[in-house]
Ligand binder design. Structure first.
Ligand SMILES: [Zn+2]
Length: 102
C-alpha cells in the first residue's frame, strides 16, 4: 500500500504509540523509509511529543500489570474509606457518651 504524505502524517501518532494496525504500521514504515520529508516530520514528532507517565502500561498490551496496578489502587481506596468511616464512627460514639454523661 502506497500512502501519500498527508495520510502518513495523520498516522504518525498512532504509529509512534504502537496503536496502528499491522498494515498501517507497515505502510507508514515503508513510506518513512522512502520519504525524506515525512522522516523529518516523524523525527520532529518524536522529539516534541510528551510521553504520559503510565503510558507503557497501556501501550505494551501488558493488561495483567495494568489490572494489578488498578487492583492495588482499589484496595488502598477501600482502606482509606474504611479508615474514614471508622474514625467518623468513633467520633460519633464519643460524642454520644459525652452527651449521656451530662
Ligand atoms: Zn511523505
Amino acid at each position: 500500500m502506497n500512502l501519500n504524505c498527508d495520510i502518513v502524517r495523520d498516522l504518525v501518532s498512532l504509529y509512534h504509540d504502537g496503536l496502528a494496525s499491522e498494515s498501517s504500521e507497515a505502510a507508514v514504515k515503508a513510506h518513512l523509509k522512502e520519504c525524506e520529508r515525512c522522516r523529518g516530520y516523524y523525527k520532529q514528532y518524536r522529539l516534541t511529543k510528551p510521553v504520559p507517565v503510565n503510558f507503557n502500561l497501556y501501550s505494551s498490551g501488558n493488561y495483567g500489570e495494568l489490572a494489578k496496578h488498578m487492583r492495588v489502587r482499589r484496595v488502598w481506596m477501600l482502606v482509606a474509606a474504611l479508615a474514614y468511616v471508622s474514625a467518623s464512627l468513633c467520633a460519633f460514639v464519643m460524642l454520644l457518651m459525652r452527651i449521656r454523661r451530662k
